[in-house]
Design a protein around this ligand. Structure first.
Ligand SMILES: [Zn+2]
Ligand SMILES: [Zn+2]
Length: 391
């Protein structure tokens, strides 16, 4: 089977490069992936897959029926949106849309998804059950997965696999992570309501700027006591806004921030503990507050058995030297996590780094990928999909 997979990949490789460069040239922002979706749907229908467009707003779902003797369904999810970034590479196929760029490698993900679908479509009579390909929109705004789920793409799915590129792993290599891969990312808004007065009469005021400063510091200092340091929680207050002029005591200040965590237990406990800190600081100064805490994405927690399947299959397909075990999770957020509320799954990192030159990080205007990654990604995924039915 591996030989057959490799032969097909070799044959379609030039067109995969072309497809990827097309995505890169014409990037589309989250929830606006209209042309990208139509392009993907066109390629997949012409390869005989059953395709549905407009799923989860601008997503695409394609299915291979298999032999129909196993009622399990394997889902493979790739995303396809770009970022509001002005590309600063000298690539011949750099973005033609000023201020929009595939700087997170979702062009590679979509290509690997398309490539895997083409390969498996030519081997479909080998599979006992269905394979469902999810081309998800709007990952960058952490909404696309939920939209896809609302449109029932997870119905009857037994297991799901996802992929994300990683510039610090060399192209051709796969990164495997057991346990949590990414962090939960939640959002908070705090409004401090004080009482204004002339700056010459501070005793008649409740200084919202002062209270806000105390709260920011208190949160950072309290974390070590309200949370187990072995289960990290990172709070970032990213914006602060308030006051009417240098001559007045401010009566209102708004703060907004993100909270990242790796464990469901700490995640659940944090909002109340943060509010306690805010409430008590406000009480000291006689200020009022409003506290709004919104759950964003959970942590991506890779399933042991599926991660093992992916590791073993990647080792067989690419060789031991092309597979790395990733020792630590990242504190980035990834909306693949939402699918894992419905079925077990695993997400791997696809190396896209160059060996001999600087690799810029994800979301950087000079971010570039080594396209050798595409074949490795398709071969690893296709072989994993083949081995899945033996579980
Ligand atoms: Zn991104
Ligand atoms: Zn991304």
């Amino acid at each position: 089977m591996l030989e057959r997979i490799r032969t097909i990949v070799e044959k379609i490789h030039p067109s995969l490069i072309e497809i990827r460069r097309h995505f890169h040239r014409y990037p589309e922002l989250s929830a606006k992936e209209y042309k990208t979706a139509t392009y993907i749907a066109g390629i997949l229908s012409s390869n005989g897959l059953k395709v549905r467009e407009g799923v989860g707003k601008t997503g695409v779902v394609a299915e291979l029926p298999g032999k129909g003797i196993d009622n399990r369904i394997l889902a493979i999810r790739t995303d396809m949106d770009a970022l509001p970034i002005l590309e600063q590479t000298d690539l011949e196929y750099a973005s033609r849309y000023s201020g929009v760029m595939h700087a997170c490698g979702h062009d590679i993900h979509a290509t690997v998804g398309v490539g895997t679908a083409i390969v498996l479509s030519q081997l479909d009579d080998e599979f006992p059950g269905k394979i469902r390909f999810l081309f998800q929109p709007a990952e960058e705004i952490l909404k696309g997965a939920l939209w896809m789920i609302e449109d029932k793409v997870v119905e009857n799915v037994t297991a799901i696999i996802g992929v994300h590129v990683y510039p610090s792993i060399v192209a051709g290599t796969i990164g495997i992570r057991y346990g949590s891969l990414t962090a939960a990312a939640d959002f908070l808004d705090i409004e401090i309501i004080g009482k204004t007065a002339d700056s010459g009469s501070p005793h008649e005021s409740v200084d919202a700027v002062l209270v806000a400063s105390q709260i920011i510091l208190a949160i950072q200092q309290a974390i070590r006591q309200i949370n187990d340091p072995l289960k990290p929680v990172v709070v970032t207050i990213g914006t602060i806004e308030g006051g009417k002029g240098g001559n007045f005591v401010a009566d209102r200040v708004k703060l907004s921030g993100t909270v990242r965590s790796l464990y469901p237990v700490t995640r659940a406990a944090i909002p109340e503990k943060l509010e306690r800190v805010i409430r008590q600081i406000c009480q000291i100064y006689g200020a009022e507050y409003e506290f709004d805490y919104r759950l964003g994405v959970p942590s991506v927690r890779n399933n042991q058995e599926l991660t093992n399947l992916l590791e073993t299959s990647s080792r067989e397909a690419l060789g031991d030297s092309q597979v790395q075990i990733i020792p630590d999770p990242s504190l980035g957020g990834e909306d693949f996590a939402h699918y894992l509320d419905y079925s077990p799954g695993t997400m791997f990192r696809l190396g896209v780094g160059y060996r001999d030159r600087k690799n810029y990080p994800l979301h950087h205007p000079k971010f570039e990928v080594n396209e050798e990654a595409i074949a490795a990604g398709v071969i690893a995924l296709a072989h994993t999909a083949y081995n899945f039915w033996k579980l």
